[in-house]
Design a protein around this ligand. Structure first.
Ligand code: FES
Ligand code: FES
Length: 166
């Protein structure tokens, strides 16, 4: 008779809410988000840290969820693509991606959106070189990146146009 492994119990600060979850202790954050918490916006890609499809924010910094054990994420705020829109309004990066046509198949889009949200929130107006450097770890097989870069630049301009020094 096989014995099921003991589960780990953790409370995550997920998209602004405390969420308790029991999961197999060897699971990655990507697996727990998708399989145990039902948040399938974060995508499985390579699961080796090469594609960026699984990008989420921990402490508002981009992290590859396929490389992090969920059990190690203690009391640190996690943001996923499901939490980007607030009070019924899309995040500026979501609006800009839609406006610029920056998604085709869309599989890479959640990862790009999370990387983009982090960089536009934490920096003043971004130039193309800044954006290219920031998204170097996110791969897209469809768009050729031009519209993605345009969209992130547009979101950055909009977020900072009204701010002194922005
Ligand atoms: S699935 Fe995590 S980097 Fe590819
Ligand atoms: S839009 Fe298809 S992989 Fe990026």
């Amino acid at each position: 008779m096989s014995v099921a492994p003991a589960k780990a119990l953790r409370t995550f600060a997920l998209n602004g809410e405390g969420v308790q979850c029991a999961f197999a202790p060897n699971k990655t954050l990507l697996e727990v988000l998708r399989e145990d918490l039902g948040l399938t916006g974060t995508k499985h890609g390579c699961e080796m840290g090469h594609c960026g499809a699984c990008c989420v924010l921990i402490d508002d910094r981009p992290v590859l969820a396929c490389l992090v054990l969920a059990i190690e994420v203690n009391d640190r705020p996690i943001r996923t693509v499901e939490g980007l829109a607030k009070d019924g309004r899309l995040h500026p990066v979501q609006e800009a991606f839609a406006q610029c046509g920056a998604a085709q198949c869309g599989y890479c889009t959640p990862g790009f959106l999370m990387t983009a949200a982090a960089i536009v929130e934490q920096n003043n107006r971004l130039g193309e070189a800044d954006i290219r450097a920031a998204i170097a770890g996110n791969l897209c097989r469809c768009t050729g990146y031009t519209k993605i870069i345009e969209a992130i630049a547009l979101a950055s301009d909009r977020m900072h146009e009204a701010q002194p020094g922005g």
